[in-house]
Write a protein of this length. Structure first.
Length: 68
């Protein structure tokens, strides 16, 4: 061990998260369940193909008004 080594620094946030995980050991699994509920979804290919088929091609200049 070096004589210049300092004690390991632990921020208040790190201590808070460590303490929270000790108090509530199911926290990480609950977070994963919430992520699965909102984000980790398998795409429905039929719906995706219908969405792509319904797209309207964009004009070269979007803000140009139609000539009357």
């Amino acid at each position: 061990m070096s004589i210049f080594r300092r004690p390991d620094y632990e921020s208040e946030i790190t201590r808070f998260i460590t303490q929270l995980k000790q108090q509530k050991p199911t926290l990480e699994s609950e977070q994963r369940q919430g992520r699965e509920l909102l984000w980790d979804k398998t795409p429905d290919r039929g719906t995706w193909q219908a969405y792509r088929a319904a797209e309207v091609p964009q004009k070269p200049y979007v803000y140009q008004t139609e000539a009357k």
